[in-house]
Design a binder for this molecule. Sequence first.
Ligand SMILES: *Cc1c(COP(=O)(O)O)cnc(C)c1O
Length: 459
Amino acid sequence: MPDDLALRLLAGALPQLEASFRNLPPHTNDSSAMDAMAAVMTQVAQRMADNYPYFHPLYAGQMLKPPHALAQAAYALAMYINPNNHALDGGRASSYMEIEAVREMARMFGWTEFLGHLTSGGTFANLEALWIAAQLSPGKSVLASEQAHYTHSRISSVLGLPFATVPADDRGRMDVAALESTLRNGDVGTVVVTLGTTATGAVDPLHKVLTLRDTYPFRVHVDAAYGGYFTLAPNLGEEAARAFACIAQADSIVVDPHKHGLQPYGCGCILFRDPAVGRFYQHDSPYTYFTSRDLHLGEISLECSRAGASAVALWATQQLLPLIRMGEFANGLASSREAAMLLHHKISADDRFFSPFPPELDILVWAVRAATVPASSRLAQQIFAAAAGQNLHLALAQLPSRFFPAGSWPDQHQQGTVTCLRSVLMKPEHLSWLQEIWSRLSQVTGEVLAEPVTSAMAP
Ligand SMILES: *Cc1c(COP(=O)(O)O)cnc(C)c1O
């Protein structure tokens, strides 16, 4: 079990950290309440059992990837200090580790000069990107694809910016012709390009959006909270690879180490191509005492207190698994993508299912063949529940039925939606578990379809 590995790593390093502070007068934690604490921990263990087994390869549902054992151990070791990366006064070592770790993230996208830092997650990272965009072109609108994360419309409303969606094509990617006709009307400040949508892992055609910048002035913000690390993957399809290849031309990039980067929650990252945007963050606060001339991360971020432990865990992970092409981390992403392509192949060849399009990253969606769209949706829900009963955890997604080939159902409408099965194969081990995943899926599907037709076909 990785958690056991983390405990061993922690036990090895904690005495070393403690020893570094041995010059202080003795100060020990009160252990008289040990029995009471142990009793509460028993309750905690019981309560935490009420979860899906996110750590196991048969959990192949939502975007949940277990943190690396090294990240767990480094995070826990940092807890001995509990640093706050707001200021060097609150977390000196961890602030420098954040600066180094973020430099590696920027380098992964081809940037050596940039401004960036970690955040509590992708939402806050995107907020900072759109906030800077608003400072540069006040009152101008934000555009994102209808398949973009809902956070962009909410953030725009927080910032008081007009927001509009751009239709997606039938593969869930931003429709560039539709984007251009909106741009023609003017007053667009920022276009959000999603490299890896949350629902289907679709990759917006960044290369085509960038060429529109020659004609219309707008900022390009890349939301790669989920998909960003795939820039290292060697086995992307041609179009996705073209989009990732020009990511360095974006004005800002968001990527979430707590999604695909093997980190515990509480770790997002925002990067700006132009370091000069740092001027918008300037503030003077009587509460925070900046005692050093060096950069305090609180001077370039909207959040104040932030877990320094997140930076320590990320730094440690990147020491072991550098963000390089052909490295072990990149190979893990390649395995995930291969697993998704293999499962897509099996699903496409099985006439009980419909597959709308091949996966661009490692997220797969598919529908169940049935006489009507509502019957198909109901079967998807039944298969989802039956699979969970067999310890195979999938997810459900509500998708436009136009994503599927015309004639997939007699009552298929351009505007309608269908409930689909969805699987995020983001653990590298999913590849070696694929046969097991497929055989469980195939078996429960057979059982659900064999049930009396009335329950499946009732309106
Ligand atoms: C997950 C996600 C977000 C939101 O990030 P959080 O870390 O959940 O706050 C934004 N955009 C995309 C594309 C995402 O996948």
